[in-house]
Design a protein around this ligand. Structure first.
Ligand code: GLN
Length: 480
C-alpha cells in the first residue's frame, strides 16, 4: 500500500498525479483503525460505505472530472453530529438504537465537497467532560501514553487525528471540547465564532455556547475544512447571516504584518498552571517580541468568575435541552411496567444517563428554579455580558489574545474523577472564548518533560477567523 499522509494539499497533488487513490487512503485508514482498536477512539466505522465512496470518487477523477475541494479527504465525525441513516448516540445509553434522520449541515457540506466520512468518534456523554471518561463506551486512551486521558469531550476525535485514523475530524466545542483534547493529543483545534458553522444536526448541550469545531494536523488542513463548512444556514436561526470570508489556505506569510497581542493579566497567576507550560508561554511571548510584535498584559478582573458563570449557564441550558430524552423510543426502554408515567420516565432517565450528565441536569434545574434563578442564572448572564464587553474593548486595541489551552498536560486516567470542581477548573482557559462567543485556535508547539504535547491558544475577535488562521499559521511556522 505505502500510503502516507502529510497534508490535504499534498494528498490532492498526489491524487492528481496518479501517485495514490482515495481507495488507497481509505484502506490505509481502515487498517490503522483496526490496529488502534485498543485506543477506543471510534464508536462506529463505516467500512463498506467508505470503500464504495472512495471507489466512486476515484472513478470520477479517472473520468476526467475535476478534483472536488475535499475530494477523498477522510474524516471522522464526533458522535454528536447527525449523519443521515447512521447511528448517533452522544456516547449515551439514552440514545442507543437511534439513527439520524437527517445530516448535520456541517456533515452535509463535507460530503458535498467530496469528503469521505469514515466513522464516528467516542466522546464524553452529551459532550460533558474534559477527559472522555464520561462515555457509555468507556474511556479513550491517549495515543502518546495509553495511561493518560486524551482530553474531552472530543477525545475520540483528537485521538483519531493523533493516531492517524483519518486526515481531519469534526468535533464540538461548548467550553473547550475541541481545543483542549487537541492540546492533550498534539493536534490543531479550531473553535469558530459562535454561529459561524451551523449547529443544525448537532446534538445540543448548551445551545448558546455550542459550536462545531475542527481538528487536524496543521492550520492549513483545518482551514481547508473550515472553508467548506462555515457560512450561513437557513436551518439554524443562530447561524451568522453574512458569508464566511474564506481563509487563504496556503498563505506563506512572507509579507506578514506585525501583530498586536494581548495577554490577560491573571493568566499566569493561577496556582494550577503547570510551571513548564507557564515557562513555555513566557518564552513564546519573548520570541514574538523579538520578531517585532507587540505583546502586552492587560488587566482582566473577571477571571475568577469565568468558570462559575460557564457552569451555571451551560448546566441550565443542558437541563432544558436534555428534557426531551424520555427513553421511550430509544435507549434502555423499561421492560417491566411502571406504576405511572413519571415513574416510567424516572426509570428510563436513571438508567439512560451517566453520573456526570445527571449531576449537570440537577445543577441546571437548581439554578433555574424559582427561588434561585436571580441569584445564579441572572447573575451568570450578567457576568457573561461583562465578559463580552471587556473582550470587545480588548479587541479594539489588539489583533489577538494569547493564552495557554489548559493548565496541565494530559493527566492519568482516573486521576481527577473524584473531584468535579477541580476538573471544572481545568477549563479556565477555554471557556472564556465560549462565554464571549469568539473564535480560538489551539496550536501544538511544545513537549513537556513528561513526554506529553501542549501548545498555545490564539483567540481573535468575533467573526475574525481569517486573521485567526493567518496568525496561527504564522506561529505554527515560527516554532517549526
Ligand atoms: N469541559 C467542558 C465541559 O465539561 C467543555 C465541554 C465541551 O466543550 N463540550 O463542559
Amino acid at each position: 500500500m505505502g500510503f502516507t499522509f502529510s497534508s490535504i494539499r499534498q494528498y490532492h497533488t498526489d491524487l492528481q498525479a496518479g501517485a495514490c487513490t482515495s481507495t488507497d487512503a481509505v484502506l490505509f485508514y481502515l487498517e490503522k483503525i483496526r490496529q488502534s482498536a485498543h485506543l477506543n477512539a471510534m464508536v462506529m466505522v463505516f467500512e463498506e460505505e467508505a470503500i464504495a465512496r472512495a471507489a466512486a470518487l476515484d472513478a470520477a477523477l479517472q473520468a476526467g472530472q475535476p478534483l472536488l475541494p475535499l475530494h477523498g479527504v477522510v474524516i471522522t465525525i464526533k458522535d454528536v453530529l447527525c449523519y443521515k441513516g447512521h447511528p448517533v448516540t452522544a456516547s449515551s445509553k439514552i440514545l442507543s438504537g437511534f439513527s439520524a434522520l437527517y445530516s448535520a449541515t456541517a456533515v452535509q457540506r463535507l460530503m458535498d465537497a467530496g469528503a469521505i466520512i469514515i466513522g464516528t468518534t467516542n466522546c464524553d456523554e452529551f459532550a460533558m467532560g474534559s477527559t472522555n471518561e464520561n462515555s457509555a463506551y468507556g474511556p479513550v486512551l491517549n495515543a502518546a501514553d495509553n495511561t493518560r486521558v486524551p482530553g474531552g469531550s472530543s477525545g475520540g476525535a483528537a485521538v483519531s487525528v493523533q493516531a492517524g485514523l483519518c486526515m481531519a475530524a469534526l468535533g464540538s466545542d461548548t467550553g473547550g471540547s475541541v481545543r483542549q483534547p487537541a492540546d492533550f493529543c498534539g493536534a490543531v483545534g479550531l473553535k469558530p465564532t459562535y454561529g459561524r458553522i451551523s449547529r443544525y444536526g448537532l446534538i445540543a448541550y448548551a445551545s448558546s455556547f455550542d459550536c462545531v469545531g475542527i481538528l487536524g494536523n496543521s492550520v492549513a488542513d483545518v482551514a481547508s475544512i473550515y472553508n467548506m463548512v462555515a457560512g450561513p444556514d437557513g436551518l439554524d436561526s443562530t447561524a451568522l447571516a453574512g458569508n464566511a470570508p474564506k481563509v487563504p489556505e496556503y498563505e506563506t506569510n512572507e509579507s506578514r504584518a506585525t501583530y498586536r497581542f494581548a495577554c490577560l493579566a491573571p493568566t499566569l497567576e493561577g496556582s494550577i498552571l503547570d510551571p513548564e507550560i507557564k515557562a513555555a508561554f513566557e518564552a513564546t511571548i519573548g520570541k514574538l517580541k523579538a520578531e517585532g510584535h507587540q505583546v502586552e498584559f492587560v488587566p482582566f478582573d473577571l477571571m475568577d468568575y469565568i468558570v462559575p458563570a460557564y457552569y451555571v449557564l451551560t448546566t441550565a441550558e443542558a437541563s432544558s435541552n436534555l428534557g426531551r430524552f424520555d427513553g421511550v423510543r430509544y435507549g434502555p426502554v423499561a421492560t417491566t411496567e411502571a406504576d405511572d408515567l413519571t415513574a416510567f420516565y424516572k426509570r428510563n432517565r436513571s438508567a439512560g444517563f451517566g453520573p456526570e450528565v445527571k449531576r449537570r441536569i440537577m445543577l441546571g434545574t437548581f439554578v433555574l428554579s424559582a427561588g434561585y434563578y436571580d441569584a445564579y442564572f441572572t447573575k451568570a448572564q450578567q457576568v457573561r455580558r461583562l465578559i463580552m464587553n471587556e473582550t470587545a474593548s480588548i479587541f479594539s486595541r489588539f489583533d489577538a489574545i494569547l493564552m495557554p489551552v489548559s493548565p496541565t498536560t494530559a493527566f492519568k486516567i482516573g486521576e481527577k474523577n473524584a473531584d468535579p470542581v477541580a476538573m471544572y477548573m481545568g477549563d479556565i482557559y477555554t471557556v472564556f472564548a465560549n462565554l464571549a462567543g469568539i473564535p480560538g485556535m489551539a496550536i501544538p508547539l511544545f513537549r513537556h518533560s513528561n513526554g506529553m504535547p501542549f501548545g498555545l491558544q490564539v483567540l481573535s475577535n468575533h467573526g475574525e477567523e481569517v486573521p485567526l488562521h493567518l496568525i496561527s499559521a504564522y506561529i505554527e511556522k515560527l516554532f517549526q
